[in-house]
Design a protein around this ligand. Sequence first.
Ligand SMILES: [Zn+2]
Ligand SMILES: [Zn+2]
Length: 380
Amino acid sequence: MAENKRDYYEVLGVSKTASDDEIKSAFRRMAKQYHPDLHPNDKEAEAKFKEVNEAYEVLSNADKRAKYDQFGHAAFDPSAGGGYSSWSGFGGGSPFSGFGGFGDIFGDIFGGGSTRANPNGPIRGENLRQTITISFEEAAFGCEKEIQYRREENCSTCGGTGAAPGTQPQTCNVCGGRGSVTKVQNTILGAMQTTVPCSACGGTGKVIKEPCKTCNGNGRVRTFQKRKIKIPAGIDDGQTIRVSGGGDDGLRGGPKGDLHIGIRVKQHKRFIRDGADIHQNIEIPVTTAILGGAINVPTLDKDVKLTIPEGTPAQKTFRMKGFGIQKLNSSEKGDMYVNVTVEIPKKLTEKQRELVAKLAEEMGDGDASKAKPKKKGLFK
Ligand SMILES: [Zn+2]
Ligand SMILES: [Zn+2]
């Protein structure tokens, strides 16, 4: 099922590095194009509409987008199995359970929110997204990483107006400062009133006669940022850190957007992580299993002795309480699970073989005499 699905980026016609803004406007454009109200009884349009909505549902959410980038459609396919059980972190069940039908989308496309009604009102800055890959240990103990990214800032030369210092933007006389013009179109559904952004002022409601030289009249400049990010101990693969106010500056006094940092954790060559618990496999000598003894178990920061009791079976899991990973925002730690298997030697010296044979005889195991070596020739 999953493999027949089109790539979400392809569905929206955007690149893999598209900003949240680009994704949103692509979605609005496509959803309007295929909206079922404009294509009654058109199954193909309806399917397209659903596909567009599904793609947007994932790509507009920083966590889901990170999962999708890593695992593709399998990230949201419960039948795929494998390492994607963290799906439950999004609320469980279908990834699209929150989608309540066309009504919801209609509101999202055409509702627009109050910021669109007033082109001169404040608008919150866009959220930005970055991904950091860290090691297993860095995730376990926490770390600090420097990231570099670009964000949009209000131009300091013109104070964000886009007008050269000493001048002011003028009210657009095409739209009267509203930023939009209303048109009436005749369609098969009857007269349809549509409101489109004013082309004379680009929807801003203002016209700049003399643009600021620093920002070319945009009122905004893209700046290069370096930022140290504290990654807390216990963070897990696929989780996101939100840096409040780390996104783009808001427009006209609107608040800054946030910076979302998706965390990828590299696999460890020995440890397998399961939440705050760690699993590892260790082979022990057959004699230790029989007689008991102690083995050295690697943990996150040091080797720890583990007592193997006399008569340990061929496969057994030992739990070392508190030797796992610190839980996020807690002083509690998970456990270390050691899956012990008994190593049966494949080659024995003649002497070892004699001893095992004696042991077998002593224990009355079968016909031990047959197990005796025939002097030479067996181990060449
Ligand atoms: Zn400027
Ligand atoms: Zn205008």
